[in-house]
Design a protein around this ligand. Sequence first.
Ligand code: ZN
Length: 351
Amino acid sequence: MQKYNLNQNQFSDLINLENKVFLPLKNFVDEGEFKKILYKEKFKSNFFPFPIFFGIKFNSYKKLKNAKAIKFTYKTKDIAIANKINFYTIDKNIFGKKVYGARYFKNPYFQKFKKENYIFLSFKLKKVFKKNLNHRYFLSPKKFSQIKKKKKIKSLSSFHTRNVPHAAHQWIHEYLIKNYKNLLIQPLVGQYKRTEYRDNTIINLNKIAASAYRNQKNKILVVPFFSYPRYGGPKEAALHAIVRKNFGCTQFWVGRDHAGYKNFFRKYASSKYCKKNQKKIGLQIVAKEEPYYCKICKEINNNCKHLKIKKNIVLISGHKIRKLIKKKSFIPKYLMSKTISKKLNRSSLIN
Ligand SMILES: [Zn+2]
């Protein structure tokens, strides 16, 4: 039997599909499903914004093109056996246009998409080696629902991040706790990109932030979302909302440029798109203006009267903070709380 070694993104997509993280989608899309999601934002009769596809490079295709069955492995372990294999192509420019917008061809993630997906395939999984389809950063919605039940959590707001928490994130955490009581902070891990934070740093520092808000009245949970950024803007943001719905959340914060990349999408395109589709997604989208530091109020706010004059405010971004870390510079409190920043240094970043 032909073997194919999954890369980490394919492995994480598979583990998420098999564990119902992307419901109603349970398999990698076939050609018809791919097109329907792209053109109609639908999987069967449900709203679904972003295809979860299985693509391979030309070299792999040369080896696999006549295979009746394929054994998937990941880091030397057997993961699954696939049969009923069907290869198909889709117009990559249409994918680019639909996901990344009119300037898609300039987006480096579109270029990556083109390079990595010579052809797509759909298949049935004849056998899954369940013990091996696991990862230390993966928790299934099923296991998570047991935790929720034990803690008697009914309503649960949620926050997605790819970052260690800075002052604006903490403002959002507190906003969600104040308005919705319980909070799931769910950092996306599994990205392995240079100059980004290491996965365990992201998880641990979000846990430290969470422990600061905990009291008898509210429950704050930190559970990773084992996946990878697709830089797909509004459509990926809606996929993130569906994931939280499947984890049993009742609210989801969609902030400035959620799942965006540089200025490919408008600042609030993701929150507008998710808000518009919140009924179809099945949870409440919390879309507010971006928090910033106001030099006059001397605190973080998202709509104070000083906002109109640019020099009054300081925008807070992970990028700004990572730059300070790289230069070994001091991180001021208005950008990041001391409890968090004192745990960070150059080795927190992948180099
Ligand atoms: Zn102000």
